[in-house]
Design a binder for this molecule. Structure first.
Ligand SMILES: [Zn+2]
Length: 346
């Protein structure tokens, strides 16, 4: 199968528009006709080589938030079937280890990497992936909207449901609230019954934060952010940090109410945050890491969208020729929610 799309020839290098051969689906694998692929900061991190930068994996088609339709299946594949609508799970998991078998897929003990890094992703018209990386997607959800499900919506579900266990009575503060994961985190925390504050460095994203039912808070400098302007109690029961700097995480620790939990999701290298054990004990705080989501949570996220309880915010959908425009908006910090590339427009 001849595909067209973007590939990188070196990590951190430019996207190049190319035609290339996608081989027939191997045993256990599936050829997918890509309908749309999400564009977010993680894709830029992948292109830069932040997740892995082995030259053996080049050239590479980036993009992991893939929505498409099964074009062909390899030997031994019984599901998904040809013609079925699917979305991709980001992590290349083994499917057989203890973590995979107990539904904690993102902790796979034999992780083989990531879609868009170790396997070609969705910045091209076709891609092939292991069958176990593809999950069914309802027909009713438009493709570009659906690209938010496998990461930007599933990640908040994992945080709110499995990690922080957000519930009625919680006061949740989210840093980086206007980004792709951020806006959906706000709506997810609301869905779980919390009052929500969304911290953003850019006032241009306040309207989107309000639309999610959250109170926007300017966080150009974390030194100036005080929650007593949002809540009488002046502190959050849950802080979800999507910024990942020393300042943002320190602010999170400082802003927790007694018994509060801080959830961290970023993986930047060389970020260290001082923590006082005395303070953690006296206020009985919990610090939680949250890593992506399980396959079950992807399926549940699709249900939440299909039933209208979660609304994907994919604010800029472009034809393949305009992918770089959205990359620029991401670098400038002006994109609200997610972007997506629509392959049906090619
Ligand atoms: Zn595994």
């Amino acid at each position: 199968m001849q595909a067209t799309g973007y590939r990188i020839q070196q990590w951190g290098g430019a996207l190049r528009w190319e035609s290339f051969e996608v081989p027939d689906a191997k045993p256990g694998e599936v050829l997918v006709r890509v309908e749309a692929c999400g564009i977010g900061l993680t894709v830029l991190n992948c292109i830069r080589g932040d997740l892995a930068d082995d030259k053996a994996h080049l050239p590479r088609v980036p993009g992991h938030e893939i929505v498409g339709r099964v074009e062909a299946v390899g030997e031994g594949v019984t599901s998904p079937a040809v013609g079925q609508r699917v979305m991709a799970y980001f992590y290349l998991v083994c499917g057989t280890c203890r973590a995979c078998r107990s539904g904690r897929d993102s902790l796979c003990e034999n992780l083989e990497g990531w879609v868009g890094v170790h396997r070609d992703g969705g910045y091209a018209s076709f891609t092939s992936l292991p069958a176990r990386n593809l999950l069914p997607l309802p027909e009713s959800i438009p493709a570009a909207q659906a690209t938010a499900i496998p990461d930007a919506i599933a990640t908040p579900l994992h945080v709110c449901k499995t990690r922080a266990r957000v519930r009625k009575g919680d006061r949740v503060a989210v840093t980086g609230a206007g980004g792709g994961v951020g806006v959906h985190m706000l709506e997810m925390a609301k869905l779980f019954g919390a009052e929500v504050a969304g911290l953003e460095a850019s006032e241009g994203k306040f309207e989107a934060i309000r639309a999610m039912g959250a109170t926007p808070v300017l966080s150009r400098s974390f030194d100036d952010v005080r929650l007593d302007r949002v809540w009488d109690e002046g502190a959050a029961t849950v802080v979800i940090d999507l910024v990942g700097t020393r300042d943002s995480v320190s602010w999170g620790l400082k802003s927790l109410a007694p018994g509060g939990r801080l959830v961290v999701l970023t993986t930047f290298r060389d970020v260290e945050v001082p923590m006082s054990p005395r303070d953690v004990v006296m206020r009985e705080m919990t610090v939680l890491g949250s890593r992506y989501a399980s396959k079950a949570e992807l399926a549940e996220s699709a249900d939440l969208v299909a039933s209208g309880r979660i609304h994907p915010i994919v604010s800029h959908v472009v034809a393949p020729a305009d992918v770089e425009t959205v990359h620029r908006e991401l670098r400038d910090g002006t994109l609200i929610g997610r972007g997506a590339v629509d392959w049906t427009k090619s």
